[in-house]
Write a protein that binds this ligand. Structure first.
Ligand code: KIV
Length: 259
């Protein structure tokens, strides 16, 4: 293996050293290559794919076939980064399903899988880990539950939610997860989980005190101006720049200046 290759142990060790983890999503070959060249240690082929690439209203429409197709594309970049993939909606209803589908993602090129939930999916998490597949947890707001929950809501505001999040994070850590994504968790609760649980926490909209941060890359690049997100300030206005460049090229074509 290339000595620079990032593994789940590298990600664990970053927490031990107090080194923050900057993770991003990618869904294809060029973006995976660019993020890797920029030095991102953890790249996730997220099921946000459904909303930011495939045009679905939420992640519940994403299939195993969709994920395999995009994981294969990302994996062709052969990143030094650890390449993780989301297990899509209903692909881990039972431990047997979870293992079979995690194996399909690994066969497509994923080096780890992520699924949403804590104690509720513990048998599935244990089965995936027993099959030798590194596992990343995902707690807080769970996008695959958007219909049951009636929307996207910040978690950890009540004492009951705080206790449940802590118990879920501890259960995932005890099972052997190498990291836990905390999505839209209140900043104090995310900080408490980060202090009390030995596994790296990777926040998205969960305050500054997680061990790392993850963003959906098109959100960071300002490619999707039709989503109005509170937790991310785009660092580029890619949508506007693409429209301007394309309009300029159309004008050049029409004027006979393009060749
Ligand atoms: O699907 C995804 O991109 C994710 C990130 C938001 C963490 O799960």
């Amino acid at each position: 293996m290339n000595p620079g290759k990032i593994t789940p142990d590298t990600i664990r060790a970053m927490k031990m050293r107090g080194e923050r983890i900057a993770a991003l999503t990618a869904y294809d070959f060029p973006m995976t290559r660019l993020l890797d060249q920029a030095g991102v240690p953890l790249i996730l082929v997220g099921d946000s794919l459904g909303m930011v690439v495939l045009g679905y209203p939420d992640t519940t429409h994403v299939t195993m076939a969709d994920m395999e197709h995009h994981v294969r594309a990302a994996a062709r970049a052969q990143p030094l980064a650890l390449l993780a993939a989301d297990m899509p909606y209903r692909s881990y209803d039972t431990p047997a399903d979870a293992v079979a589908n995690a194996r399909r993602l690994v066969a497509a090129g994923a080096e780890a899988v992520k699924a949403e939930g804590g104690r509720a999916i513990l048998p599935q998490v244990r089965a995936i880990l027993e099959a030798g597949i590194p596992f990343c947890g995902h707690l807080g707001m769970l996008p695959q539950h958007v219909h049951e929950e009636g929307g996207y809501r910040v978690k950890g505001k009540t004492e009951t939610e705080r206790e449940a999040l802590l118990a879920d994070a501890q259960a995932l850590a005890d099972a052997g997860a190498f990291a836990i994504v905390l999505e839209l968790v209140t900043a104090p609760v995310a900080a408490e989980i980060t202090r009390r649980v030995p596994v790296p926490t990777i926040g998205i909209g969960s305050g500054p005190d997680c061990d790392g941060q993850i963003l959906v890359t098109p959100d960071l690049l300002g490619m999707l101006p039709w989503f109005n997100l509170k937790h991310v300030k785009p660092r580029l206005n890619a949508a506007e720049q693409i429209r301007a460049v394309v309009a300029g090229w159309i004008a050049d074509v029409k004027a006979g200046r393009a060749r």
